[in-house]
Design a protein around this ligand. Structure first.
Ligand SMILES: [Fe+2]
Length: 365
């Protein structure tokens, strides 16, 4: 295989991996246009998507000659919407439209295509349902065709992969919105049972997000850790008020009941669509690296990193806010307690990273 052709297929493989790995529709369309410009050796690429109301928006535009890189959202003019609707009609099986040959000067102008440019408009479809269009263009006159014949197959492959990836990301986005609503509803339920939990969970989520950023977690991993921080004590809705709100020390029997909350919480979130993946973090937030925690007595790396992070931020938040059964401590006292338990209750690496969060941002003593 000639080196140039091989290079193209490698780039196509990179695009496929990128499309499969993108966490959000925004990230996906924002970067896909620059990949496509490189692979197909065109001058510019626009990705136009249809919203739920049938309006078309330019979501991403990249040009290597201008150069410009649009990462915003621009409503397409009504003339352009008419062209897209025709191309995306389920009865229309046209796989591409040669804009420079088949559109009137007014229509070309509405798409921002100059008379001297060669351009293609490719439908993006899921089965027969249109979701948007891809516009590829070559500025100036560079031969009668802007793409070689070999590239036709690549255009087909790319438009199919892009359509599927956008559809998958949009579905995942909708599911996430539902999951966020569920997390909010569940955490509000917890607040009504335990007055300390609202601010405690929010502080935990904020600290967890900072820790996730330091560990360079992906968008999805960060989101899951923050959701787990908000819901880590959701199992307490299964613990009676006489224990949950007791002001004195808990008896041994009462502690046994209290120690059931990670398992109850894990069961609750495991049963909610979209939240299954955070069950393990909820389950392990009271495990200790020396193996003396609960409910499973896991040790070291047996505890997932997210669980080890939650253990530290939970301890800090609990100590600095106080509990009915535990006096409030200062920032310095809480930090000292965490250092004293590094390597026993807490992962030393996580503790070191946690301490670094406060460097240059010194709390009141
Ligand atoms: Fe807990």
């Amino acid at each position: 295989m000639p080196p140039q052709v091989k290079e193209k297929w490698v780039s196509l493989s990179d695009l496929s991996h990128f499309l499969m790995g993108s966490d959000t529709p925004e990230d996906l369309v924002e970067n896909a246009s620059s990949y496509i410009v490189d692979i197909l050796e065109v001058d510019y690429c626009r990705i136009i998507l249809m919203d739920l109301n049938g309006r078309y928006y330019c979501k991403s535009e990249y040009s290597k000659t201008a150069p410009f890189h649009l990462n915003g959202t621009i409503l397409e003019p009504s003339v352009a919407e008419g062209i897209y609707s025709r191309l995306l009609d389920p009865d229309n099986h046209l796989r591409l439209l040669l804009a420079h040959e088949h559109l009137t000067p007014i229509e070309k102008a509405s798409l921002g295509i100059k008379e001297t440019e060669k351009s293609w408009i490719i439908p993006l479809k899921i089965e027969s349902r249109g979701i948007g269009v891809l516009i590829l263009g070559q500025k100036g006159s560079k031969g009668s065709q802007i793409l070689s014949e070999d590239s036709y197959y690549m255009v087909d492959l790319i438009s199919d992969q892009l359509s599927n990836a956008i559809h998958r990301a949009q579905m995942s986005d909708q599911l996430e919105s539902l999951s966020i609503e569920t997390v909010i509803a569940l955490s509000k339920t917890l607040e009504t049972r335990d007055l300390h939990s609202a601010s405690h969970s929010k502080l935990m989520a904020s600290l967890s997000e900072q820790m996730a950023n330091h560990y360079q977690f992906s968008v999805r991993e960060t989101r899951e850790l923050c959701w787990a921080a908000l819901l880590h004590d959701i199992g307490k809705i299964g613990v009676e008020d006489t224990i949950l709100k007791k002001t004195g020390p808990l008896t041994e029997e009462e502690w046994e009941v209290m120690k059931m909350h990670p398992e109850i919480g894990a069961q609750i979130v495991r049963g909610v669509s979209g939240l299954e993946s955070i069950a393990t973090l909820v389950l392990t937030h009271h495990e200790r690296v020396d193996g003396t925690g609960y409910p499973q007595g896991l040790s070291g790396d047996q505890i997932p990193l997210g669980g080890r992070i939650l253990a530290v931020v939970d301890a800090y938040s609990t100590m600095t806010e106080g509990r009915p059964y535990q006096a409030k401590r200062t920032h310095t006292e809480a930090i000292q307690e965490i250092i004293n338990n590094s390597g026993k209750a807490y992962d030393p690496d996580v503790v070191n990273l946690f301490l670094s969060l406060f460097n240059g941002n010194k709390k009141e003593q």
